[in-house]
Write a protein that binds this ligand. Structure first.
Ligand code: PLP
Length: 348
């Protein structure tokens, strides 16, 4: 099956001649060069040189790690930047729209709105699963992208694999499977599906389990023609060299990351058990991620009371179907202890 990228992206961008950055014009063969091409300060500061615009070395390492060819890999300044770029690249402002499945991650809608792109919402079922029939019935020729985070934020659950597959196979546009929390789940990544599904995009991030939220690095995996297109419309130096170096180091520390993840998961279990015994907690939703969605008696009141104890949680009540909920990230054991203690005291 031939994949025709021109059907899925904005026509005027296909003709775009990308900015040629100085560092792209010569081939770095690893030998020492005299760099007089980019108006940099020649005195060493560790960051006096522009970063590699195509992140070649980092992509090679990620490619080996994730088992995806480098030409199917796009790096962004956090997944947030990728979300903006894919919307900007595929959706004609004022004409096209994206499809989201609330309660869902808030950035999809915000990013679409900043580009003047419409947002169609197809709510999850009451048990927070995908309403496949409603999603597929809602799309038309102006529906360009469907965003599905799994495990989902803010609900914490994973979606059923069969449902996800049905949407990918039933929709003639890109489906973005946002796997920001994939390290925390027993379900496996859908990255291997890329081989058979040219309209699938998978994104992951260094912000959650990888412990690099402050560094801003996202990864998107997709058909090579889409990656080629994204590279043409991206800012030339979107990933800075501090981030590149930190990520190279982090990829080598995966056994430590795995240990941290398993500690976070056992803490999540402990939190879940302790919270469920507290009266003001009405429900603790099952989680596949590093946070818990918790229904309480009065979320505004409890949010404020926690704040007075210098415990900051997310009041997630404004999300569809999430009235009176708090979203609580799993912290260090002693932080979780304090949270439990404070809530038990509020209960009296
Ligand atoms: C946290 C989160 C992200 C944000 O990732 P960044 O790489 O920090 O921009 C993306 N998607 C979901 C579902 C998230 O929860």
């Amino acid at each position: 099956m031939k994949f025709d990228i021109t059907k899925y992206v904005r026509k005027n961008l296909l003709k775009l001649e990308p900015y040629q950055s100085a560092r792209e014009e010569f081939v770095d063969d690893g030998r020492k060069n005299i760099l007089l091409d980019a108006n940099e300060n020649p005195f060493e500061t560790a960051v006096n040189r522009y970063p590699d615009p195509m992140q070649v070395l980092l992509k090679e390492r990620i490619s080996f790690w994730k088992e995806v060819p480098t030409n199917q890999l796009y790096l962004s300044n956090g997944s947030d930047e990728f979300i903006s770029q894919i919307i900007m690249g595929c959706c004609e402002p004022g004409i096209d729209h994206i499809v989201i499945v609330p309660p869902t991650f808030g950035m999809y809608k915000v990013a679409a709105r900043t580009y003047g792109v419409g947002v169609k919402e197809v709510p999850l079922t009451i048990d927070f699963q995908l309403n496949v029939a409603a999603i597929l019935a809602s799309v038309n020729e102006h529906s360009k992208l469907i965003f599905i985070p799994t495990p989902n934020n803010p609900t914490g659950n994973s979606f059923k694999e069969d449902d996800i597959k049905e949407i990918i196979e039933g929709f003639d546009g890109f489906v973005i499977i946002d796997e920001a929390y994939v390290e925390f789940t027993k379900a496996s990544s859908v990255i291997p599906w890329l081989i058979d599904h040219s309209n699938l995009i998978v994104c992951q991030t260094f912000s959650k389990a990888q412990g690099m939220a402050g560094s801003r690095l996202g990864m998107a995996f997709a058909h090579s023609e889409l990656i080629h297109f994204l590279n043409k419309i991206k800012a030339p130096y979107n990933i800075n060299s501090l981030t590149i170096n930190k990520a190279l180091q982090r990829i080598d520390e995966q056994s430590m990351v795995a240990e941290q993840v398993s500690k976070i998961l056992s803490e999540r279990k402990r939190l879940e058990i302790s919270l469920s015994k507290i009266d003001l907690v009405k429900k603790c939703y099952p989680s596949d991620a590093n946070f818990l969605l918790v229904k309480v008696d009065d979320s505004t009141l409890r949010y404020k009371q926690l704040l007075e104890h210098r415990i900051i949680v997310r009041n997630s009540s404004k999300n569809m179907g999430c009235e009176n909920t708090l979203r609580i990230s799993v912290g260090l054991p002693e932080e979780n202890d304090t949270l439990i203690k404070v809530l038990i005291n509020l209960d009296r």
